[in-house]
Design a protein around this ligand. Structure first.
Ligand code: CA
Length: 240
């Protein structure tokens, strides 16, 4: 792959050590990275040529990182991932509310970072973001199985039901990031669906019913009030 075909990622981080680790990791995995130390520099550059994704540290010298997230989301429309320190849970929640696609906690594990980056890029439709295994994948969780190609959901007793496309995409989005909060925007793959659109909640209710999850006290698909949902299961993926 030559330089011009590489996916462009901008890193906004004032700590040079963290920035270097980030850009090195991403470059090892074939991404093209540019490092910005201040929000002003990043915002000036993205207006010239928007990257596929910006990774934004929330603790910046010149601007509130959350403002930057909002500005990128509203004016640039690229993917946004936030970087936060350990223990800053409220930052992550607010970051997702401000429109970030995902977050990574410092110190990060390189492979996890790359998996999250690829996941955002897939959501934004960038080719080349796929990891090697493509095609048909099956998720196994709590005795259930879900086939991403046929949308077939198999219950622990072996009964099979084929989900509609909207529910299937929602379930897949939850299964891709188990045990993590996902906001409505992340869960709605339909671009015209607004993040606060109630239809996401309606789809979640239907999905709970299909997974036999108690709507009053859900065990699998948990509600995180004011933010989104979380799938509380361990998931094993296999490729077919
Ligand atoms: Ca910082």
């Amino acid at each position: 792959m030559n330089e011009s075909e590489k996916i462009e990622i901008h890193v906004l981080e004032d700590d040079p050590l963290v920035a270097r680790t980030l850009t090195r990791t991403l470059e090892e995995y074939g991404f093209n990275c540019r490092w910005f130390r201040t929000a002003a520099e990043l915002l000036a550059s993205v207006k010239q040529r928007p990257p596929a994704l910006c990774i934004v540290d929330l603790g910046l010298p010149d601007r509130d990182g959350l403002d930057v997230v909002r500005e990128l989301q509203q004016k640039v429309g690229c993917g946004v991932m936030i970087l936060t320190g350990r223990g800053f849970l409220s930052d992550r929640v607010i970051g997702l509310e401000f429109g970030a696609d995902d977050y990574v906690v410092k110190p990060f594990e390189p492979r996890e970072l790359v998996a999250r980056v690829r996941s955002i890029l897939r959501r934004y439709g960038h080719r080349g973001a796929e990891s090697r295994q493509g095609g048909r994948r099956v998720a196994c969780f709590e005795g259930w199985q879900f086939d991403t190609a046929s949308f077939a959901l198999t219950d622990p007793e072996g009964g099979e039901e084929v989900l509609g496309a909207a529910e299937a995409h929602l379930l897949q989005a939850l299964l891709e990031h188990p045990n993590r909060i996902q906001n409505r925007q992340q869960l709605s793959r339909t671009p015209d669906l607004l993040p606060y659109d109630r239809s996401i909640d309606v789809r979640i209710s239907r999905l709970r019913r299909k997974l036999r999850d108690d709507p009053h006290s859900p065990r699998l698909v948990k509600t995180v009030y004011g933010v989104g949902y979380l799938l509380a299961v361990n998931v094993t993926w296999t490729s077919k």
